[in-house]
Design a protein around this ligand. Sequence first.
Ligand SMILES: [Zn+2]
Length: 302
Amino acid sequence: MNKGIIKRAISTDGSIRLIITDSTEVVKESCRIHNTSKTMTAVLGRALTATSLMSSLLKDKTDTLTLQLRGNGPCGSVICVGDYMGNVRGYADNMNVELPPNSKGKLDVGGAVGRGNLYIIKDMGFGEPYVGISPIITGEIAEDITEYYATSEQTPTVCSLGVMVDKNNMCISSGGYILQLLPGYDEAVIDIIEENVNKAGPVSKLFNDGHTCEEIMDILFGSIKYEIFDEFDYGYKCTCNHEKYLKALASLNDKDFEDLINGGKNIETVCNFCGKKYEIELNELISYKSSMKKNTTAEESN
Ligand SMILES: [Zn+2]
């Protein structure tokens, strides 16, 4: 089915924003594509869920948000990319990492990710992309997102992410939310929100128990008046195509490009995000490169 849902709400006074998603079907799709281990179903599931939530805050159709967890754990780097509709794709260097449960008896997401830095890259399609960096606090991802918003965007944030996994490594339920205090918030709401968040408990359990996004919103806002201002569907979506690979290969420096051509064999490549295979013929690559050169020369002479 590959369909997640995002709902966004704001308190009546405009000072508390809540974005919530049921990402179960999207994370299931990621399991099917990457054949993830139990631990990695949780790692990638949480990272994809966070990316959908964060990228849904982008302004324009063509904007993208990339979340990179560059930790020293056995799963290597985790990279997810989302667009302003929350559509996501992602992968990790090692999709087969399996660790014993952590001290709480849970899948050891933090152990797989390790310590290092979280990078949030927002590409608005012009100029240099915005890059925010914050340290990975626990590797459990939700806490790391909270830290990122506090240090890089100065926005007090509660992030909760959760993925339940069955014995076949498949996601059973997955979801998350980002709750943010916006400029002008009343200090008194901090205690109320904290209490409501504790009352709500782990978000994966809420979804697994069959709670809807609306029901979870009700728990989180509690006595605070709010309204849902939009909702939309999204999916696990890759943007790869034949020309992207052609362009990437043709953009290699002259030395590397020559080596590639001298290899004499068609180039086979696999998309990290979706597993799709591409075969590039050398003749096609050579003529693409020469057309690229012609275009650049034309631009330069203008
Ligand atoms: Zn792809």
